[in-house]
Design a protein around this ligand. Structure first.
Ligand SMILES: N[C@@H](CCC(=O)N[C@@H](CS)C(=O)NCC(=O)O)C(=O)O
Length: 214
């Protein structure tokens, strides 16, 4: 049995939860609930941060966990070219996630959100959409025809944008379509409807960032 340890937020763990759900891995979704619990647990972690995954050993770092699961369950491309494409897309999406999270941490988040929505975000989404649809390929998967861990990472990112910047996202039809189609995968749809997802995307200096659609 695997165990994912994180906080009661989606944050850096949600794409991992999506992978575990989609792969039907038997896992415990362990969520640290209090600061006191975290202070006690922190020295036991490899780098003083979460998430960590226990699965035939202990793995730290979100991107390493995603790639470990991708290698173990054949979600890392069919050949070397596709593996490189997975790394390229995952890196670009991780950067885009970091851009969005900077907005929530801003001193004036409303102003930062407006600036983001009219500038950085559409520019980033334009690049991502162009990459997803590269060479006129089908846009149901980011890499290859069978899908990869990049799909789970992209869904976690786009779903968060759908919650907070739906009108901006709606301007990017391939990304919007990918989001809708991924949500319809039977195991993903079951997870989304399960009520087991954390309600909050993350922590901000002003408290939890709750999904306004919940
Ligand atoms: N490089 C790590 C960073 C993980 C990270 O920053 N985790 C945050 C939550 S999103 C954390 O554990 N914060 C607790 C702390 O810093 O005390 C990864 O990507 O997994």
């Amino acid at each position: 049995m695997a165990q994912l340890t994180y906080f009661d937020i989606r944050g850096k763990a949600e794409s991992i939860r999506l992978m575990l759900e989609d792969l039907q891995v038997d896992y415990v979704d362990s969520r640290i609930q209090s600061h006191a619990e975290w202070l006690a647990f922190r020295p036991l972690t490899p780098f003083g941060v979460l998430p960590i995954l226990e699965h035939e050993g202990r793995i730290a770092e979100a991107s390493a966990i995603r790639r470990y699961l991708a290698r173990a369950f054949d979600l890392y491309g069919a050949d070397e070219r596709e593996r490189t494409e997975c790394d390229v897309a995952a890196s670009a999406i991780e950067h885009a996630i970091w851009q969005a999270w900077e907005v929530y941490r801003a001193v004036e988040p409303m102003t930062a959100a407006d600036t983001f929505a009219s500038g950085t975000l559409p520019e980033t989404l334009g690049y991502l959409e162009r990459w997803l649809a590269r060479g006129g390929r089908a846009t149901d998967h980011w890499v290859g025809s069978r899908g990869s861990f990049v799909d789970h990472l992209a869904f976690a990112y786009l779903d968060e944008l759908h919650a907070f910047f739906p009108r901006v996202l709606a301007g990017f039809s391939a990304l919007d379509r990918f989001l809708a189609e991924f949500a319809e995968r039977p195991r993903i749809a079951a997870y989304l409807a399960s009520g087991r997802r954390p309600r909050a995307f993350g922590f901000t200096p002003r408290g939890l960032l709750i999904d306004p659609r919940c």
